[in-house]
Design a protein around this ligand. Structure first.
Ligand code: NAD
Length: 363
């Protein structure tokens, strides 16, 4: 099969769908990989590295999109709709429930579209979303530590403290992938860390995992109010799969925080879990102040560390992409239940129930 890797064109998107190691795997399996010129530069991968791994560098997006299967990072942008066609397999993040125009374009052009975010294992985990949650969780503490510095608008607290001075207090709401990775970083820095979760089982696991280095607290409005009041850094990391994030931190609670404390609401991509986060921000202008507290609400945190994110994403997408290339769509879907859940559009029909329900279409 011929596989295309176009350069990402979404605003501020510096990731690329394949690293040289992925190219080498496809080529070893007998496929040809066409990488658009300079597609990897935003992630620090020069054209020559792809060539060394066996790719052919092609001059234009149209050349890469002419392949049998196109592997991308972000959903096709309007400017890319002209490349959609009947015999194309598209493998990328799609988030179709939020993309009516794109959904229509995929259906009208009968594209076979496999979405990273709906590939799901038997244990219900989403293996192609997990690495981005890991990145965002770890970044949230790095960002929080930076914004706590006086020069960046914070209260001037060093998360780790120093001998004789107490460490900063980090409160993480939601102890899933994002929350656990945030806690790891915060513990590593020597901060005083509390994780709040609604699942007693999850709190038990976290208590075991961190061997007493984090405090675990059951999620309820009373406990959240108590913990938020004393937080130097508050991290929002809740998720109810498929639903809008629950609003757990009220405006009143934020008002109780000390001036120049920091809130990083990672869950902002699902609507946010903190009442004062009433809009998303961007990497260009990431923070705003409300009730004297610095808020950070960027929905695509991994974009800030494009090189790490690119490698993390390619690590998990490549084995699935290889199956698609080796077996074709029909055999892949028959032989791999997880991959079958990724199929979102096929022969002009929606094939993922939640997306079909969004548009009141048959599935
Ligand atoms: P996850 O499913 O692994 O974890 C979510 C946790 O929230 C679970 O442990 C769950 O028990 C807990 N939870 C649910 N309801 C709760 C409540 N009422 N109180 C306390 N805890 C509650 O999800 P994840 O992968 O960690 O993702 C968390 C959020 O981060 C999601 O909204 C995800 O979309 C978002 N995210 C954002 C970015 C970004 O760049 N901003 C990147 C990756 C993920």
């Amino acid at each position: 099969m011929i596989i295309g890797v176009p350069k990402e064109i979404k605003n501020n998107e510096n990731r690329v769908s394949m690293v040289p190691a992925s190219v080498a795997s496809y080529v070893k399996a007998g496929h040809q990989v066409l990488v658009e010129k300079d597609a990897g530069l935003g992630s620090g991968i020069p054209n020559e590295e792809y060539e060394k791994a066996g790719a052919t560098i092609v001059p234009t997006a149209a050349d890469a999109w002419a392949a049998d299967m196109v592997v991308k990072v972000k959903e096709p942008q309007v400017e890319e709709f002209k490349y959609l066609r009947k015999d194309l397999i598209l493998f990328t993040y799609l988030h179709l429930a939020a993309e009516p125009e794109l959904t229509k374009a995929l259906l009208d052009n009968e594209v076979t579209a496999v979405a990273y975010e709906t590939i799901q294992l038997e244990n219900r985990s989403l293996p192609l979303l997990t690495p981005m949650s890991e990145v965002a969780g770890r970044m949230s503490v790095q960002l929080g530590a930076q914004f706590l510095e006086k020069i960046h608008g914070g209260k001037g607290v060093l998360l780790g403290g120093v001998p004789g001075v107490r460490p900063g207090k980090v409160v993480v709401i939601g102890g899933g992938v994002v929350g656990t990775n945030a806690a790891k970083m915060a513990v590593g820095l020597g901060a005083d860390v509390t994780i709040i979760d609604i699942s007693a089982e999850r709190l038990r696991q976290l208590d075991d995992q961190f061997g007493g280095r984090v405090k675990t607290v059951m999620s309820n409005p009373y406990n959240i109010a108590e913990e938020v009041k004393g937080a130097d850094l508050l991290i929002g990391a809740v998720l109810i799969p498929g639903a809008k994030a629950p609003q757990l931190v009220s405006e009143e609670m934020v008002k109780q925080m000390e001036a120049n404390s920091v809130i990083i609401d990672v869950a902002v991509d699902q609507g946010g879990s903190i009442a004062t986060v009433d809009h998303i921000t961007s990497h260009d202008s990431p923070t705003f102040i409300k009730h004297g507290v610095l808020h950070y609400a960027v929905p695509n945190i991994p974009g800030a560390v494009s090189k790490t994110s690119t490698y993390a994403l390619a690590n998990v997408t490549t084995p699935y992409g290889l199956q698609l290339a080796n077996k074709g769509i029909e055999q892949s879907v028959k032989s791999n239940q997880a991959l079958a859940k990724g199929l979102n559009t096929y022969k002009g029909k929606i094939t993922y129930p939640a997306v079909a329900a969004t548009y009141n279409l048959p599935c």
